[in-house]
Ligand binder design. Structure first.
Ligand SMILES: *Cc1c(COP(=O)(O)O)cnc(C)c1O
Length: 457
């Protein structure tokens, strides 16, 4: 018997105490999340390989890595758009690993039914029609990839070409129109063989990140054939929304595939206050919504929605004698980039089942109120300039004098909060987004104190 087998057997024999110990450690980690430095992790010490088995690995992880991980799931991590993990979502995530179901959509379990129920709850929360077929993928980047890949197949169909069979070369040049396409859309175009250069930037409205619909109309009128339009519902600097109703109305005049990237702001549709911002998205051909951002489920999780199941399956179908080949909702292997898939729906199912639309609306509205509160402080501080009105959960500002990067470095060095740099309308700036369920008014006071402290130099 090899030694490693002994360790596995030992671990199995003590799984009860192991899990209890990890559970205690997890409770401590969660309790300490608000007080640990938000970012700026310490470098790990040299590996210590004394001892084997899960308990030795746990001790080594705790000693060398645990304290250096960011408190990005905590209440004052405002970098990117980063949600935390609600208690129900955490339970679901733990159970997803315990059960370790391969959620391909095969007929061996009710995992497919669970994912379909989760997607139905999700659509219902967001007010989207059942006509959208959904699938969980690893993030908004992959959801954009799925939407654009299906759009590419649609473009081919308009030209009598099956791109999935014949390859992109048979399609010829493609035009993708967008004002504020997220960098992950640009990446997806590269992955899809359409090329980053297929993106044609359309003008935004003055001092806005939202598309100028008149400029889009002109671009569509000037296009040699059908296009893909990527509309943005929640831009990363100013949380701006394209006028989705106006864009959808252009479908009467022009042939285009409408993809809506609502990665973080799509969740705002849970709130009656913010749902009108997304009006018109129901007319999209494909939609991206992240779950690991504002829905506050753990990484990695997003939903890709499309109205065109057959086209989606033409791209992603994966036929083999031993696999279920039906093209139908729930047979995810035939509809997504992955073959083997984590039961990602389970954390989201727990979150939706536990808190529902009202619970999510409360998180969204609280975070937006917090962002507005911070925006008012910034606007009232003579040494700072608020660069755009706060209209959702994000904010963007710069010092009146001096370097935004230097100020950001001082703010982040406080360990009290973490924000990220950006360029808005040609100006270096600091941006943040509040997307965590657990952020409190006391946290906002601490953040403001950290900004004021950083202003003193
Ligand atoms: C975050 C984000 C993405 C990319 O999402 P990932 O989940 O990081 O892959 C795409 N689009 C928008 C608008 C985003 O905010």
């Amino acid at each position: 018997m090899t030694p490693s087998f002994d360790f596995l057997a030992d671990d199995q024999a003590s799984i009860d105490t192991l899990l209890h110990d990890v559970c205690e450690q997890a409770i401590d980690l969660l309790a300490g999340m608000p007080s640990r430095p938000v970012a700026g992790g310490i470098s790990p010490a040299a590996p210590d390989d004394t001892g084997n088995g899960a308990r030795a690995a746990l001790a080594d992880f705790t000693a060398r890595y645990s304290a250096g991980l960011a408190a990005s799931a905590g209440p004052r991590y405002f970098g990117f758009v980063t949600g935390g993990v609600t208690p129900a979502a955490l339970i679901g995530d733990w159970l997803a690993s315990v059960i370790d179901q391969n959620a391909t959509g095969s007929a061996d379990s009710n995992a497919g039914a669970l994912e379909l129920e989760t997607l139905a709850r999700f659509r219902d929360m967001l007010g989207l029609p059942d006509a959208f077929n959904g699938a969980f993928v690893s993030g908004a980047t992959m959801a954009n990839f799925v939407g654009l890949a299906t759009g590419r197949q649609w473009l081919g169909a308009q030209a009598g070409v099956d791109v999935a069979e014949a390859g992109v070369a048979a399609l010829g040049p493609v035009r993708v129109l967008s004002a504020g396409a997220h960098s992950s859309t640009v990446k997806s175009l590269a992955m899809l063989g359409l090329g980053r250069q297929s993106l044609q930037r359309v003008a935004a409205l003055p001092n806005r990140e939202a598309i100028d619909v008149a400029a889009l109309t002109e671009a569509l009128a000037g296009a040699p054939g059908p296009c893909i339009v990527v509309a943005n519902a929640g831009t990363v600097n100013t949380c701006d929304f394209d006028d989705l109703n106006a864009i959808a109305a252009l479908k009467d005049r022009f042939d285009f595939w409408l993809h809506v990237d609502a990665a973080f702001a799509g969740i705002a549709a849970a709130s009656k206050r913010y749902r009108p911002r997304l009006a018109g998205w129901e007319a999209a051909d494909s939609i991206t919504v992240d779950c690991h951002k504002w829905l506050n489920v753990p990484y990695d999780s997003a939903v890709a929605l499309t109205r065109h199941l057959p086209l989606q399956a033409e791209v992603f179908r994966n036929q083999a004698a031993y696999l279920r080949g039906e093209i139908e909702p729930g047979n995810f292997l035939q509809l997504t980039p992955e073959n083997s898939r984590r039961l990602r729906a389970l954390p989201a199912w727990f979150a939706l089942r536990a808190y529902g639309r009202a619970g999510m609306a409360a998180i969204v509205e609280r975070n937006c109120d917090q962002a507005r509160w911070l925006g008012e402080r910034i606007a009232g501080e003579s040494r700072l300039r608020l660069l755009a009105p706060v209209t959702l959960n994000g904010f963007c500002f710069a010092p009146v004098e001096g370097d935004a990067a230097a100020l950001l470095a001082r703010i982040n060095a406080s360990g009290e909060v973490f924000m990220t740099p950006t360029v808005l309308f040609g100006q270096n700036a600091i941006r943040g987004a509040i997307s965590n369920w657990s952020t409190t008014p006391a946290d906002m006071d601490r953040v403001w104190a950290a900004i004021e402290g950083a202003l003193l130099g």
